[in-house]
Design a protein around this ligand. Structure first.
Ligand SMILES: [Zn+2]
Length: 344
């Protein structure tokens, strides 16, 4: 079968690899009907050291169950399923607490021994705990939004939950990538009254307004902080969603949060240390967040997608085949596309 292999920064190839198949009795084989490229895939795209074997890429997909291991109980061959980016058993102490990304038998697709999902098919470990059957056919109108439940929509929602978004609250979203845009949608869905997007790209700003953003701040650094304070009676926001992962975005997120507020961070941090420790301390700002346990959120978000109350799939602005994946990385890296869907 064909799969995406990254051999180093800027070096993405589509290669023939061994066919995916169930190995453990708890595995399922899923034929990918839609995958995508994640903003977090762009970090290795910029920095990965060259290697001959390379790294299998991709961790977001929906597809059909093609085969299951002997111990898989809850899935039928042929079912359409969503694959959360982290696999999990659904039964351990952390899964029971809704923190599936810390599952003691879990892991991440496209990392360690787990194959990537930018491929024709993928082996999914812990299939019973991980996969969620979708009560929908392959209706193209819903497909894009269902695909976002594997990562971006669940991650935007996690940022909002971590930042304690609730009815009547003021919210700022730092970052106008697909996760930031889903964060806007999640904040609106959770009842936020004011939603300020910090972003600079006209197409993304336009979509954020449709998703519920009430204000847009396109300045950066101190000027952005000043503008957010002006928009919030000088106090700052109750909740800041950090959807980038860089030092400056984290400093901005903390600096625009009012005393007693919370920052929900889902941007993969590129620094070892936590920026803005002192202002966070003196303002009693809660710093929260991490890899989103998207599996925990699917039951809550799925009805809103199926019934059309939210359309997170609108973050996809390009659809490509597997052979075009290298160019998809380039397009996202150059901000030519917000998020690229892959139709193997
Ligand atoms: Zn678990």
């Amino acid at each position: 079968m064909r799969a995406t292999v990254m051999h180093g920064a800027g070096d993405v190839r589509i290669e023939n690899v061994a066919d995916a198949r169930p190995i453990e009795p708890t595995d399922a084989l899923v034929v990918v009907s839609r995958g995508c490229i994640c903003g977090s895939d762009l970090w290795p795209y910029r920095t990965l050291e060259h290697s001959e074997n390379g790294r299998r890429m991709g961790h977001e997909a929906i597809g059909h169950v093609e085969a299951v291991g002997a111990d898989v109980r809850s899935l039928e061959v042929g079912e359409l399923v969503v694959i959360p980016f982290a696999y999990s058993d659904g039964t351990c102490a952390f899964c029971q607490e809704g923190l599936h990304t810390s599952c003691i038998r879990g892991g991440f697709l496209g990392a360690g021994d787990a194959d990537g999902a930018q491929a024709e098919a993928v082996r999914v470990p812990q299939a019973d705990g991980t996969l969620v059957a979708l009560p929908a056919g392959e209706d193209d109108a819903l497909t894009a939004s269902l695909l976002t439940l594997s990562d971006v929509m669940g991650t935007g929602h996690h940022a909002a939950v971590a930042a304690k978004v609730g009815p009547g609250k003021s919210v700022a979203v730092v970052g106008d990538g697909a996760v930031g845009l889903c964060g806007v949608l999640a904040a609106k869905r959770l009842g936020a009254e004011q939603i300020i997007l910090l972003g600079r790209h006209p197409d993304r700003i336009a979509l954020s307004r449709e998703f519920g953003a009430t204000d847009v701040v396109s300045e950066r650094g101190d000027e952005a902080v000043e503008r957010v304070h002006k928009l919030t009676d000088g106090f700052g926001v109750h909740s800041a969603l950090e959807c980038v992962g860089l030092e400056q975005s984290m400093v901005t997120a903390v600096s625009i949060t009012r005393p007693g507020g919370a920052v929900g961070r889902v941007g993969v941090p590129q620094d070892e240390t936590m920026p803005a420790s002192q202002p966070a301390f003196y303002n009693n700002v809660t710093i929260n967040g991490g890899p989103a346990p998207v599996r925990a959120y699917i039951e809550e978000l799925l009805p809103d997608v199926l019934e059309g109350r939210i359309e997170p799939g609108r973050v996809f602005d390009r659809v490509i085949g597997l052979d075009e994946v290298p160019d998809g990385y380039r397009a996202m890296n150059e901000r030519e596309a917000i998020k690229v869907m892959v139709k193997p």
